[in-house]
Design a protein around this ligand. Sequence first.
Ligand code: GLU
Length: 448
Amino acid sequence: MTVDDPRLHSIYDLVVHRNPGEDEFHQAVREVLDSLGPVIARHPEYADARVIERICEPERQIIFRVPWVDDSGRVEINRGFRVEFNSALGPYKGGLRFHPSVYLGIVKFLGFEQVFKNALTGMPIGGGKGGSDFDPKGRSDAEVMRFCQSFMTELYRHIGEYTDVPAGDIGVGGREIGYLFGQYKRITNRYESGVLTGKGIGWGGSAVRKEATGYGTAFFVQEMLRERGESLDGKKVVVSGSGNVAIYAVEKVHELGGTVVACSDSAGYVVDEAGVDVALLKEVKEVERARISEYAERRSGASYFAGGSIWDVPCDVALPCATENELDETAARTLVAQGCTVVAEGANMPTTPAGVATFVDAGVLFAPGKAANAGGVATSALEMQQNASRDSWTHDHAETRLAEIMAGIHARCAEAADDYGRPGDYVLGANVSGFIRVADAMLAMGVV
Ligand code: GLU
C-alpha cells in the first residue's frame, strides 16, 4: 500500500496524532492516501506546497450546544457540528446527519469524503458536513421542529449561499430541511433559497433531488456494466438499507431491468424474490416511518430475518446503501463466493478496508461511494444553479442532467485509473481524479 511512501506515511501519522480517537476519519484519510503515492511521484509540486497536509486539516470546525424542550416539557441537550473542510472549488457543501452515533470523527470522515466526491462531480462546490447526535426516531413532528429551530439558531451565522450550503443525510430529509429553512428565513429575514438544498419542490427545491443519490448509484452501475458489454437487465440485486438512498436505488434498478430481492433496516432484512415492491416500501418507510419488518407482514411471499446479515442473500450486484462499515471482510467473502461481481456504494464508506481488498482481489467491479453516490450532491449543485437563476427545471431535464453527470464521473474515474496504469480500479481513479482537481485549485490560490 502506498501509505508506505514515507511522506504519505508521516502525513497519516500526523492526522492520527492530531485527531485522536476519530477512527472513521483516520480510515477515510488512509483510504485516500493509499491512492496518492503515484500522484506525488509524478507531481512533486503537490508535496512541496504541502497540499495533502492542508487538505487533511479542515478549514473550520464548529461545535455547539443545541438545547430544546421535548413534548413532556423536559429540557434536552444535544451537540451540533459543522465541519467546513475545503472551499477551494466553491462554498462548503454537504449534508447534515442526525443520528445518535454522530460525533466529531464521523462528521470529519464525511466532510473529508465530501471534498473529493464534490470535486469528482466537476461542479463548483467545496466540501463540508455537519449534524448532531439527536435521534429523530420516535420523536414527534413538533419535537423535530423544535430541535431543528434550536440547531439553526446557532448554525445560521456560519452558513450562506456563498459560504456553506448544508443539505440532508441520514436522519435529515424533506421535513427537517423545511424546519431548518423556515428558521433560517425567520432569523435572517432573507428568502435565501440557495442556503440549503433538498428543499420542497414548491419552494425552491429541485425535481429529482430526493431520488438523486439512489438513482445516481444505479446509473453508475449501468456505466460500469456497459464497459463490460453488459447491463442490469436480468441481474439479481441486493440493496442494504431502506432510507432515501436505498428506496430510489431500488426504484431505478427496477427501471433499468434488474430485480432487487432484499433490503434492510438496522433491525433486520427482508427477502422478496419476486422483486421489492417500491410503492409498499415507500408507504412503510416514508409515510409511516415504520420498521422494514412491517413490509414483510404486508407482502405475500416476502420473509423477514431479524438481525443476521443481508449479505448472505445471493446476488449478482450488491449496493450497500445503509451506513459506514456495514459490509466487512466476512460479508465480502460470502458475496464473492455466491457469485456477486459488481459492488457500488450508495452509502458513504459502507465497505471496510478489508472488504474492499477482498472485492479487488476477486476481480469484482467495485465503485467507491465518492463516485457512486455523488449523484445526490451533484443534484444539490443543480438545485443551487436553479436557485441562482430563479428557475425551476422539469423532472425529465433534471434527471437527464443527473445521468450525464454520473456518466462524467464514471469517465473521470476510468481515465485517471488508465492514466495511472490501473484500468478498472475505480477506487484509485476516484481518489486521484478528485484530489487533482482540488489540489490544482489550492496551488493556484497560494498558501491559504
Ligand atoms: N449527504 C449527501 C452526501 O453524502 C448529500 C449532500 C448534499 O446534497 O449536499 O453526499
